[in-house]
Structures are given as C-alpha cells and as structure tokens.
Design a protein around this ligand. Structure first.
Ligand code: GRF
Length: 229
C-alpha cells in the first residue's frame, strides 16, 4: 500500500475483491446496508471480519447471520487506550484488509492507529462536517436553527471527525423535527451513501490530493447529495 497521496488508494486492483474489516459498537444498521448491497451484487466488497468493542452489540448478530466472522474486544479490559488500539490492530492486520470501515464505532482512536491505516480507514459521521464534530449532532443542528442537516463520509485523520470528505448527504430540517426524527431520517441517507462511498474505494476510483478527495481524478459533482427523506 503506497502512502503517497497521488496514487490510487486501493491495492486490491481487479484481481480480487476488496477486503474490509468493519468496526461497530451498536446496532450495525450501516453494516446491514453493506451486507444487503453485497448480496444484491451492487457492492464488490468482501467483509472478512466485524469487530465490536461491545460484545452485546446487535451488529455482531447481523454479521453472524450473514456468515461473517466476528470478534469482540472489550476496551474496558485494557489499561490504556493505546493497549486497546494495539490489540485491535493485531486482529485487523491478521486478516490483511484493504479497507477498515468505522460504522458506529464509539471509540476515539489513537494517532498511532489512525496513521497505521492512512487513507484506508473511513468513517461516517451524522452531520455536515465541518459542522458538529463529536456527539449529539442532531440536537445541535436543531438548537442552532439549521435549515440543512446530514451525514458525511470521510477518511479518518488523527483529529476527530476532521478528515478529507468523500461524500455528504443532506436533508431539510423541518419545523417538527426532533432528535429522534432526524436520527431516523439521517440513517436513511447513511444507508444509501456509505455503500456508495465504499464502492468508489473498492473500484479504485478515489484519490486524496492536498486533503481533498477526488473521484476519477476530479472533484466530484456528487460530493454533496440532497435527499427527500
Ligand atoms: C450512525 O448514525 C453513524 O453516523 C454514527 O453512528 C451511527 C451508527 O448507527 N457514527 P448503526 O450502528 O450503523 O445503526
């Protein structure tokens, strides 16, 4: 895997499917969206392992139901964030993935971990970044009186929720929207866009230049999509 920014990010080329590890902490509805798209033949991806820091995560059941290997590594059994991340890296590296997908993984990762997977670690965040990094994004959008809210898929860098953006989806915030309604509506955007962004990676169509993600060598007109959901 080249670490220069000008080269294509995915080494899998056409000889085999892109191998992915998905990290989750909870429900795993985004994981389910990947599974459905793979089943329907729309996403050329092999999810080789799903790891959760929470052994009760429903997403682990979704993975098992789809006959995907799972692992639970409880962060509470480690003395430090660094030790947990190192254990995580060992499990991930053992299956030699091309891509690591954070899908509702509720842990802040060390710079060492993030840099180890430079330009092959992606995350989905429920806001129109750079707005509202961190938690409680839906309520923050409501409280600010925002007209638009959405989700962003980005490559991960050591600063939280700050990496180069691959794709964003937005919706209009209605006068009756609540934290819960926005969460549900944003999930619909996420389930449509996260598999698409990963598909672009798997098809070797993404590059990162000067902190900007290019699709087929160009700034994508599709980088911000508007949804009626
Ligand atoms: C999503 O809203 C995602 O944006 C955030 O965590 C949530 C995960 O949902 N990072 P799920 O577990 O995929 O249902």
């Amino acid at each position: 895997m080249s670490k220069t920014t000008e080269t294509k990010l995915n080494d899998s080329k056409c000889t085999r499917l892109t191998r992915a590890v998905v990290l989750i902490s909870g429900s795993g509805s985004n994981l389910q969206a990947f599974i459905e798209q793979i089943k329907s033949g729309d996403l050329p991806l092999d999810i080789v392992l799903v790891i959760s820091n929470n052994k009760g995560a429903y997403g682990l059941k979704r993975a098992s139901n789809a006959l995907i290997a799972t692992s639970a590594i409880d962060h509470r059994s480690f003395d430090s964030r660094r030790q947990f991340d190192q254990a995580l890296m060992r499990e991930i590296d053992a299956v030699e993935p091309d891509l690591i997908i954070l899908a509702g993984f509720m842990r802040i990762l060390t710079a060492e971990f993030v840099n180890h997977y430079h330009n092959r670690l992606v995350n989905i965040h429920p806001s129109l970044l750079p707005k509202y990094p961190g938690t409680n994004t839906h309520q923050r959008a409501i409280d600010a009186g925002d007209q638009w809210h959405g989700a962003s898929i980005h490559f991960v860098v050591p600063d939280v929720d700050a990496g180069p953006i691959i794709l964003q989806g937005r919706l209009r915030v209605g006068p009756d929207d609540t934290n819960e309604s926005l969460q549900q509506r944003i999930h619909k955007i996420e389930h449509a866009l996260y598999p698409l962004a990963v598909k672009w990676f798997a098809e070797n169509r993404l590059t990162v230049e000067s902190n900007i993600v290019l699709l087929d060598g160009e700034t994508s007109a599709q980088q911000l999509q508007t949804f009626e959901v």
